[in-house]
Design a binder for this molecule. Sequence first.
Ligand code: CAA
Length: 381
Amino acid sequence: MENLFDLPAEYKELRTSVRALAEKEIAPFAQAVDEEHRFPLEAKNALVKNGLYAAHVPTEFGGDGADALAAVLIIEEVARVCGSSSLLPAVNKLGSMPLILGGNDEQKKRWLPRLVKGEGFSYCLSESEAGSDASALRTKVERSGDGWVLNGSKKWITNAGESEFYSVIAQGDPKLRSKGITAFIVEKSDPGVSFGAPEKKMGMRGSPTREVYFDNVELSDDRRISEVGEGFALAMNTLDHTRITIAAQAIGLAQGAFDVATKYAHERHQFGKPIFDFQAIQFILADMAMNIEAARLLTYSAAIKSENNEKDLTFFSAASKCFASDMAMKVTQDAIQVLGGYGYVSDYPVERMMRDTKLTQIYEGTNQIQRIVMARNLPNA
Ligand code: CAA
């Protein structure tokens, strides 16, 4: 029988080449990006130059046409060295998926080629009073002649201010709850768009998180990318495809921490031998490796389901995000334990990886929300 659970050669090659690029052009800046809370410009330039900034964009719109599994591998390998930088391809996919899933060809031609060239795409769903309860959002969109006018604000928007384009999910009639919601594309340069101060975060410090404000932003109808009242379903369907990328990010962070911990365990001598020779350390590393591999298999299988738009995608996407991020939280903490005092200070990257990982349990829906989604979509045996 063919090896069903081994990656085909082209994906292995992709992994090898992205790993080499990440080691050479992204890893050297990861610590500074974190310490200085600065945007990872070197990573952005390297990703754009190598067609990895928004590789998921179909070839007819200027992208690489990377399938969902290839997108996962890219994000995983970037996250292995720098969590903040991995948010570039991940959020570009999140921001542009509503357009890819809901927009017409003209709209795709208008924004996707510019995304690939480095203009960035963010996703605006959450609000201060509508986080987990996404359909309670209050950003208001009203008819105005042939077009629309947008008022309100979005919170915790990844790469806000850096991205040129924003998928904005807005409410037309609060009485209708999710059925009153419609999706639009807003540009950073649209009059009436502005941004809050960058949030001060525990991790992912190289990726700006800001509020986005809309003050009488006028939009022509060709900015609308869902049918009127179908924006919430589009936003949820987007997350079905992109929660997998957060799983990928978590796996990359866990792998990065595992690699550092394993190398350290071989090099660090105590009681006259490498600490790797102690079973207490071996068991920690064995559990780390086992759990990373389990999360990886689940995530790759969810990616295939995303690519094929399979009907159990909703369950698998939520499951991969939840499992991988919980796994990565434990693995990154255990990596710190292996390094002891060295793990707790910033001489080694594992404490940064742990801080970055924490967010993977929270964004694109908390892991409590993922369990709600899974319970509502349990697979049939
Ligand atoms: N695909 C398509 N349609 C869907 C869907 C899906 N996966 N999930 C729900 N819908 C549709 C439903 O079918 C329903 O329509 P009908 O009434 O016609 O059946 C409608 O949407 C409303 O669905 P629910 O009744 O299930 O909605 P709810 O209010 O109970 O909420 C929820 C469901 C799962 C809790 C949802 O609110 C949710 O996912 N919350 C978390 C939000 C989230 O993940 N935010 C992340 C923000 S992005 C982010 O973090 C970005 C970043 O910076 C990286």
